[in-house]
Design a protein around this ligand. Structure first.
Ligand code: EPZ
Length: 421
């Protein structure tokens, strides 16, 4: 089992390059199920979750090869299998994104209900509601969602749930609707940049989608889609993670490929803390503040503050000059990192979906346990500044969403290495 060994205290300085966005690449990979001919995807990060999706696509008859320049070339060779089984879906929830494409293209999809995970319950009722709204028949078979439809018909759908819209639910329904008969309108659609990137890919393939990036998306069904070349957008969560790495070590980083327009809410909060964050021709440059002001923070659907950066910013708030308040509105249980940060000397108190982060003078290195992808990143960030040694166990959680994070951090001065126990 691999873990990260970190010696805290070095200020990060230099340039780090962001990889392609995991949460854009995964639904776009699933969308290749819809395409005739060949699709070439560039800037797809080499992550555990991407490899899982490629494995799943292979079982669904979609071949995939990584070209010499790192691009992926995919082609549908066989349309017989329509089953994404529990063994694969339980390892990676985003496998659920094959549901819409299978139903649209093969008129049938059988996808295992994803279980819960470290950040809480992961229901897909809104996904199913959308598919049924397009005319699919639904059946629960041994923990699998079985959907069938001779012909999907466009209709008006509402995808708002108790915690706002659904990102992969919007992706799934959009992919189901692109080959449906007539017009589909999705109200309360997710507006995340990853949904926009998927819509742009689908339109390049011949789909007719309007309004993506807003809560109201309109899709006019077409007869077929043709595979194309597409470059995936940079990962805004990785960008935010590196910005916070510069802040927590009082360093200066240029984050190449980072897009400030994808992180407006994050930049707003970090500037409120006293950080200098500006665009430069290749991305975003961040330099730290002498002292960090405490803030109030609530996670919201895009363009609000992303839940995927809540843990990372909490690590930074541990060192602010006063008490901060963090409220998690998307996944109310997403606080697995709190106990681990407290083991490093943080003073964080949980009150339901809100935590009070009392600023402390320093964090102290300790062995800590990663639990989910973003909580693990928060523990690495804390280790970069904590006095002494920190070991972050279960490194595989990080590898799901960050490409060689220890190499990128070490290249700008962090004392971090991966150890295989
Ligand atoms: C996507 O997950 C991301 N994953 C998550 O990133 C991210 O945290 C999340 O969106 C929120 O931004 C991918 O894109 C692969 P949701 P998703 O459906 O689509 C509730 C990471 O670290 N809900 O937008 O699964 C749900 O319980 C991952 O990269 C329903 O109630 O999230 C949650 O409270 C972690 N019914 C809220 O909506 C549904 O049918 C938002 O979930 C679907 C969701």
């Amino acid at each position: 089992m691999e873990y990260f060994e970190i010696s805290g205290g070095t200020r990060l300085k230099g340039t780090v390059k962001v990889s392609g966005a995991k949460n854009a690449a995964l639904p776009i990979l699933a969308a290749t199920i819809l395409c005739e001919g060949e699709t070439v995807l560039r800037n797809v990060p080499d992550l555990q979750d991407v490899r899982q999706m490629i494995t799943l696509l292979g079982r669904l008859g979609v071949t995939c090869e990584r070209l010499a320049d790192g691009a992926l070339r995919l082609r549908v060779e066989d349309e017989m299998n329509c089953h994404a089984d529990y063994e694969l879906v339980s390892k990676m929830r985003a496998s659920v994104c094959v549901m819409g494409p299978l139903l649209a293209k093969r008129k049938r999809s059988q996808v295992s209900l994803p279980g819960g995970c470290a950040i809480g319950d992961r229901p897909i009722n809104l996904h199913v509601q959308g598919m049924r709204g397009l005319g699919a028949d639904f059946e629960l078979v041994n923990g699998d969602i079985l959907l069938k439809a001779k012909k999907l018909k466009g209709s008006e759908l509402f995808l708002g749930g108790p915690f706002g819209s659904t990102v992969t639910g919007t992706a799934n329904v959009m992919m189901a609707a692109v080959l449906a008969e007539g017009r589909t309108v999705i109200e309360s659609a997710a507006c995340e940049p990853e949904v926009v990137d998927l819509a742009e890919f689908l339109n390049k393939c011949g789909a007719q989608i309007l309004g993506y990036g807003t809560p109201r998306i309109t899709i006019d069904g077409v007869a077929s889609l043709q595979g194309v070349e597409h470059t995936v957008i940079p990962d805004r969560i990785e960008t935010g993670t590196f910005i916070i790495a510069a802040a927590i070590t009082n360093g200066e980083l240029s984050v190449e490929q980072g897009r400030l327009e994808h992180l407006i809410a994050v930049v707003d909060r970090l500037r409120q803390m006293g950080l200098n964050i500006e665009r430069y021709e290749k991305g975003i440059v961040v330099s730290s503040a002498r002292r960090l002001e405490p803030i109030e923070l609530t996670t919201q659907p895009y363009p609000g503050f992303p839940t995927d950066l809540q843990a990372q910013v909490m690590a930074l708030l541990c060192l602010a000059d006063g008490n901060s308040v963090v409220t998690e509105k998307i996944f109310p249980d997403r606080f697995m990192h709190v106990a681990e940060l407290n083991r490093m000397g943080a003073h964080i108190r949980k009150e339901g979906p809100t935590v009070i982060v009392e600023g402390v003078k320093k964090l102290i290195g300790a062995p800590v346990m990663a639990s989910d992808l973003r909580a693990s990143a928060a523990l690495v960030l804390a280790g970069l500044i904590a006095k002494g040694h920190t070991t972050v166990h279960r490194a595989y959680h990080i590898d799901r969403g960050y490409e060689r994070i220890e190499e990128k951090l070490a290249s700008v001065g962090a004392d971090i290495r991966r150890v295989d126990k």
